[in-house]
Ligand binder design. Structure first.
Ligand SMILES: [Cu+2]
Length: 182
């Protein structure tokens, strides 16, 4: 009888412990959800890019998508000054290059992106990449739905924020972001 009682006490003590631990874990989870909830997409985006930027390997791998809603999936890309960048750019939509073409054009500091967009719109025969400009640091080809490409280039050596845009006519209004060099 005595051992049975001992066991019973032990068991209830154990279950109390378990309940206590469980409660704490739930609390932790709750706080996590609250933090994530306040800052939806940007948080995961940011941490993902940070991880890439902190990577000590020689080549910085970045990715970017464009869709049929005329949007990029990221507003910021990050790279270290002078680093070799390998950007995988994908058009995840289904629309044609003629109707909803997307590219990635990285522009030098001080470029007026709306002005550049207007100029690019005139370069119909060159996939909307103006030929008489020195504002472009690097650019991909124009893609249609389902296509993807990899662009290799050297990040600017000067730290700061650079603009990237899609130069398809009218897209710069929505398809623009910051390429952050640190
Ligand atoms: Cu576009």
């Amino acid at each position: 009888m005595k051992t049975k009682m001992k066991n019973a006490i032990l068991l209830s003590a154990l279950s109390l412990l378990l309940i206590a631990c469980g409660g704490e874990e739930n609390k932790k989870d709750d706080s996590k959800i609250t933090v994530g909830g306040t800052n939806t997409e940007a948080t995961s985006e940011e941490s993902e890019d940070k991880m890439t930027a902190d990577n000590e390997s020689d080549v910085i791998e970045l990715s970017l998508e464009g869709n049929d809603q005329m949007k990029y999936n990221k507003k910021r890309l990050r790279a270290k000054a002078g680093a070799e960048v390998e950007l995988t750019f994908k058009h995840v939509g289904e629309m044609s290059k003629q109707a909803m073409g997307h590219n990635f054009v990285l522009l030098k500091k001080g470029t007026d992106i709306m002005e550049f967009g207007e100029k690019a719109a005139g370069a119909v025969d060159n996939d909307y990449i103006p030929e008489d400009t020195d504002a472009i640091i690097a650019h991909t080809e124009m893609l249609g739905g389902g296509e993807s490409t990899v662009l290799k280039f050297t990040a600017p050596t000067e730290k700061g924020e650079y603009d990237f845009i899609c130069s398809f006519p009218g897209h710069v209004a929505l398809m623009k972001g910051k390429f952050i060099v640190n």
